[in-house]
Write a new protein. Structure first.
Length: 264
C-alpha cells in the first residue's frame, strides 16, 4: 500500500502500513522533502461537470517534517475539466516515519471547497449541512460533525411533517417539543426510516443527541461519525427515492395506481 491509498480515504484512527517514502531522511522539524507516493484520488461534486467526479493530485508531492513521526502534506486535486481543490493532510506514524514500512494514519485533513466544487449536491438543501459535517470530521471535530448530522435528521423529519400537514407541538421558533412523537407520526405515514433500521429510528436520534448533551468526547465522535453519517444518508436516500418514484409514476400517468389496486 502506498501513502496515496491512505490519503484517498476518509481519516481513521487505525494505522495502516505503507511503503516507505521518506527513508534515509533526517526528519528535522521544518525540513521539506519531495516525495513520490502516487496520485491522491478523492470524489467531489464538480459543478462545472454537474456530476460527481474523481479529482486527482500529481503523483509527485512534497511534505514538511513536523518531527520524526508527523509530516504535513499540501496538494491540489484537479478534475478533468480543470476545476481544482486545495487539500492539506497531517499524517502521523505510529513509529519512525522515515522507516522502510511505517504505519500511518491521517490526523487531520482539510479540503477547501469553492463555488465550483462541493462534496455532494444530490441532497439539495441538505448538501450544505453534510459538507459542513464532513469538513468538521476531517478537521478532527467529532462532536461538531455529528451535531450537523443531527440537524439534517431533524430538518428532514420536520419538513416532511409540514409537507404532509402532520400536526405537532412546537417550541417558539418552530422546533418540535417532542421529537420522538413527531418521528413516529411521520414515519408511520411516510416511512422515512429505511426498513433495515426502521425499529431504531429514534435510537439514531438519541445517538446523535448524546453529542449535543456532552456524552461523547471528540475521539468517540470521530469513531462513530462514519456509521452515523451512513444512516442519516440512508434516510435522505429513502425520502429522495420515494419522491422520484412518485414523480416517475405521475410522468407515466399512473396517478390512480393506488385507487385501482384497492378496487381489485
Amino acid at each position: 500500500m502506498r501513502l496515496s491509498d491512505v490519503l484517498s480515504k476518509h481519516p481513521s484512527n487505525e494505522y495502516k502500513q505503507i511503503n516507505g517514502f521518506l527513508q534515509h531522511k533526517k526528519g528535522i522539524a521544518g525540513q521539506k522533502v519531495d516525495i513520490s507516493v502516487g496520485s491522491i484520488a478523492i470524489n467531489f461534486f464538480c459543478k462545472n461537470c454537474d456530476d460527481l467526479r474523481t479529482f486527482y493530485s500529481k503523483p509527485s508531492l512534497s511534505c514538511i517534517f513536523v518531527n520524526k513521526n508527523v509530516v504535513s502534506i499540501d496538494c491540489v486535486l484537479t478534475c478533468g475539466c480543470g476545476a481544482s481543490v486545495p487539500a492539506w493532510f497531517l499524517v502521523e506514524s505510529d513509529n519512525d516515519i522515515t522507516g522502510p514500512a511505517p504505519e500511518v494514519r491521517i490526523m487531520k485533513k482539510n479540503a477547501r471547497l469553492s463555488e465550483h466544487v462541493a462534496n455532494t449536491s444530490r441532497y439539495g438543501e441538505y448538501s450544505r449541512l453534510l459538507d459542513k459535517a464532513e469538513q468538521a470530521y476531517n478537521e478532527g471535530l467529532g462532536a461538531g460533525a455529528i451535531v450537523y448530522l443531527r440537524k439534517v435528521f431533524e430538518k428532514i423529519t420536520v419538513q416532511t411533517a409540514n409537507a404532509m400537514q402532520i400536526e405537532y407541538n412546537q417550541h417558539e421558533g418552530g422546533n418540535p417539543k417532542n421529537f420522538k412523537d413527531l418521528l413516529i407520526k411521520v414515519d408511520k405515514q411516510c416511512s422515512i426510516i429505511p426498513v433495515e433500521f426502521s425499529a431504531n429510528g429514534y435510537r439514531l436520534f438519541q445517538e446523535l443527541s448524546n453529542v449535543v448533551h456532552g456524552e461523547y468526547d471528540e475521539n468517540l465522535g470521530l469513531s462513530k461519525f462514519g456509521p452515523l453519517y451512513r444512516l442519516v444518508i440512508g434516510i435522505l436516500d429513502n425520502v429522495k427515492n420515494h419522491e422520484e418514484l412518485l414523480a416517475a409514476m405521475v410522468a407515466l400517468g399512473w396517478n390512480d395506481v393506488n385507487d385501482n389496486s384497492n378496487n381489485e
